[in-house]
Ligand binder design. Sequence first.
Ligand code: FAD
Length: 363
Amino acid sequence: MTMIQTDAVVIGAGPVGLFQAFQLGLLGLQAHLVDVLPEPGGQCVALYPDKPIYDIPGLPVCTGRELSAQLLAQAAPFLKADTTTGLAPLHLGEQVMRLEVDDTLPLGPFRFHVHTSTGTHLAARAVFVAAGAGAFVPKTLPIPGMQASAPAWNLHHHLPAVGQQAPWAGAHLVIAGGGDEALQSVLDILAQPSDQHPAQLTLLHRRDQFQAEATLQSQVRALIDTGRIDLTLGVPEACETTDSLGLIALRLAAAQGVTRLPLDHLLVRLGMSPKLGPLSDWGLALDRKQVSVNPATFESNVPGIYAVGDINTYPGKKRLLLCGFHEATLAAHAASLALNPDEPQHLLYTTTSPLLHRRLGLT
Ligand SMILES: Cc1cc2nc3c(=O)[nH]c(=O)nc-3n(C[C@H](O)[C@H](O)[C@H](O)COP(=O)(O)OP(=O)(O)OC[C@H]3O[C@@H](n4cnc5c(N)ncnc54)[C@H](O)[C@@H]3O)c2cc1C
């Protein structure tokens, strides 16, 4: 894998990371965004995609997914694929594992080296940690062979991103879980065009009671009662795999003894847990798992590394979207000044500045 050079790396493509890329773009700084999730949006998409948000200025109400889509559209002028390499500066499904600082270099050159779980190596002049509560890692079944880090090809923890083919179309899909995520997945999968539907859909849960919102429960119960989906009760104890077919069955402890549930695809929907993970090894000063920052610049104790959004802490910190957007704006301006100390830093308005219009691709 070749090294990609960029002005900035933004770790986390949640709402604040997306807005960070936008603000950097306005200031003429190219950013590459990295997120372990298969789609951008962070908590808004992973935890509350369909719930309403009422406190974004100028937007009386929008859902988590809608806000994320708008932030992505806003940042789009700065997330275009490179015309020579064809590479887009949005790296999804990749966890940042290592962040190295070349202390022999001053601020300005590519002194930061960011390495991801899929081997991407980004060299940057500044780093913005927008990692929220940490990398969202899906919870998996506590049996051998289920680790999300080394999955069988037919073991899934996420729904396909918008526009992607459903891998289980025409096959037998088992969804494990009995909470909001699992039940919502059943509805989302059946809301797709029929050529994307599994031939058979089984919901697997340990007991005949769900822990989900009442409306979700009644919709899924109706599907079970009318035979559109199957409900299997049992606790997975082991899985069966073959080299060529991947997962082929689960063995379950059930009321009637040990049973076998054959399957073509398994979608585990037990929720997400944020893991601070490698971030704790990057030499950043932490205060109760948050990165301590200067609230004028949002710079951490390491010059050139900024932290914005839910991951940071400073006196008066509030974990709100609005606060994260403010932090991203000031952090971008601070980085622009630090990287280009000899250039005048004028405050420009998007309404009136021809330079900003050019950067936004409007002229
Ligand atoms: C149920 C709920 C409702 C909420 N409602 C509101 C509301 O009404 N108003 C409001 O203002 N706020 C609300 N919030 C809070 C708001 O969602 C957060 O403040 C916001 O999501 C923080 O954004 P962020 O970008 O900092 O972090 P996140 O949204 O957490 O995004 C961080 C991203 O970084 C990624 N990441 C972390 N570490 C790594 C790594 N090492 N490598 C790659 N990727 C990594 C994660 O996978 C994640 O996608 C709500 C939160 C919840 C849970």
